[in-house]
Design a protein around this ligand. Structure first.
Ligand SMILES: CC(C)(COP(=O)(O)OP(=O)(O)OC[C@H]1O[C@@H](n2cnc3c(N)ncnc32)[C@H](O)[C@@H]1OP(=O)(O)O)[C@@H](O)C(=O)NCCC(=O)NCCS
Length: 158
């Protein structure tokens, strides 16, 4: 990347390893996602739920993904990351646009997610798409540092 055009497509089986490598790299930041190092990349690649994962790609490179964990109750729970060097270029927005379309096509009535309270970039992205704050889980996540972090629950009715 960083200026190459990207496209959003459904993940494929051969994406497993690059997806796990990207996930591990963002976990190393110890900031945006709940998982912290060490990440067992091989195990994560093997167990990845490819269905309902969308990827942002430029050529052979995967720069972001979004997964929708579809519940039996009509809602889907989102998890997403964009590689650090791909951020701020609309990749997150493109993934979210595609996910909303994906969810509507499958008649989900709602998308939801949890986000750390300090994650201003992610919260701004979700608000931009109409997600609203539904609650706060106080001191919910214990980090490796021992800190206890709040999470905001957000939802979008489709
Ligand atoms: C959150 C994240 C997915 C955003 O992806 P991105 O590709 O940078 O997002 P976009 O470029 O599409 O930006 C979308 C919106 O987010 C907001 N935004 C992005 N970066 C921001 C920043 N640093 N500060 C404040 N708002 C920001 C803006 O509202 C922006 O809208 P605009 O372009 O109309 O101004 C990305 O920063 C990321 O992967 N972070 C690490 C992992 C993570 O936090 N995942 C989410 C867990 S809940």
């Amino acid at each position: 990347m960083p200026d190459a055009p990207f496209e959003i497509r459904p993940a494929r089986d051969e994406d497993r390893l690059p997806l796990a490598v990207l996930f591990a790299a963002v976990a190393e930041e110890r900031d945006g996602i709940a998982t912290e190092p060490p990440v067992d990349v091989e195990a994560r690649a093997a167990s990845w739920t490819i269905d309902a994962t969308l990827v942002a790609v430029a050529g052979a490179e995967i720069g972001g993904f979004l997964h929708v964990e579809r519940s039996r109750h009509g809602f889907g729970e989102i998890g997403m990351v964009v590689a650090r060097e791909w951020r701020g270029r609309g990749v997150g927005s493109a993934l979210l646009t595609a996910a909303i379309e994906w969810a509507r096509e499958r008649s989900l009535h709602k998308l939801s997610l949890g986000v750390f309270a300090h994650n201003a970039a992610a919260i701004a992205l979700y608000r931009k798409f109409g997600f609203v704050e539904e609650g706060r889980r106080v001191k919910h996540y214990r980090r490796a540092s021992g800190e206890l972090w709040d999470a905001i629950e957000m939802g979008l009715l489709l």
